[in-house]
Design a protein around this ligand. Structure first.
Ligand SMILES: [Zn+2]
Length: 289
């Protein structure tokens, strides 16, 4: 299940642009997203707003450690900057780091803000620490730090998708969670740094799926999302689909028994990726910078 090294080695080749300018033709149907056919209710130009990061004082010991980590490394600021460089918001949207119990990260429709809990980062730090077992203690700690940064980025992008769907009244139907995961994947496919984050994200879903299957997750995570292996395989599938040449080693086949993405799914992944890219690019076309 541990494949970080192989992922990392595969990254060198990839240079992708996923959102960017795209033809604003009708998008094909994808789960959760339908292209707008009517005039949007909000002005169809990139708004002047941006994700704006703030930190509330942490209320727990683990929370304090994560607050310090996030602030020192400007983790949320970097994630916000990546999104802000690509997508304009109609107004500033707060991205607030805060203590919560149970751990969570979510778009809060009531306060129109994305909340990111320190304890959510701590939960993933624990999962990653168990999986990063190679190298010196310093190397393992560093790998875990990087994984936490990766998950924080993908989480922010996922929650941003929920925010965008609401504030731009994007016509999302069906599984909005799939749409949100797809936008996160697209934002993570933009460059090699963020592709590394996507790999941490996949690791995180793998770890959660394992715990979930063992029934060991309990109420550790306040999350309305499916924690099943489907999300894990989606994330692998879409990263593979974004660049099948670079990531061909993920495909399980007779020639590659160490792969983990079943061939029957893998053949559909480039198409799935193209479809979600077209759908989101069309939906966001008026708001892309
Ligand atoms: Zn969600």
């Amino acid at each position: 299940m541990r494949f970080h090294r192989r992922w990392a080695a595969a990254l060198a080749a990839a240079a992708l642009l996923t959102l960017g300018a795209s033809s604003a033709t009708a998008a094909p149907a994808v789960p959760g997203v339908t292209a707008a056919s009517a005039v949007p209710a909000v002005p169809a130009v990139p708004g002047p707003g941006a994700l704006v990061v703030s930190y509330e004082p942490a209320q727990t010991e683990v929370g304090l450690a994560e607050q310090q980590f996030l602030q020192e490394n400007q983790v949320l600021e970097s994630a916000a900057a990546h999104a802000n460089a690509l997508i304009g918001l109609p107004r500033d949207i707060p991205l607030v780091a805060v203590s919560c119990d149970p751990p969570n990260a979510y778009w809060d429709s009531e306060s129109q803000a994305i909340l990111f809990c320190y304890e959510y980062a701590a939960l993933f730090r624990g999962l990653f620490a168990e999986r990063n077992t190679e190298g010196s203690p310093a190397e393992r700690a560093r790998a875990t730090d990087e994984d936490v940064i990766g998950v924080a980025n993908s989480t922010v992008f996922h929650e941003l998708a929920h925010a965008l769907i609401e504030v731009y009244e994007l016509p999302a139907t069906g599984r909005e969670e799939d749409s949100a995961d797809q936008l996160a994947t697209l934002l993570l496919s933009e460059d090699s740094l963020h592709q590394e984050y996507a790999i941490s994200d996949i690791e995180a879903w793998g770890a959660l799926a394992e715990l979930s299957e063992q029934g060991a997750l309990g109420d550790k995570l306040a999350d309305e999302h499916a924690l099943d292996s489907q999300r894990y395989y989606n994330a692998i599938c879409w990263l593979y689909g974004s660049d099948p040449k670079t990531y061909d080693f993920v495909v399980l086949s007779e020639a590659n028994p160490e792969g983990f993405l079943p061939e029957a799914r893998a053949v559909r992944c480039p198409g799935e990726y193209t479809q979600m890219q077209k759908a989101w690019s069309t939906l966001l076309a008026p708001y892309l910078k």
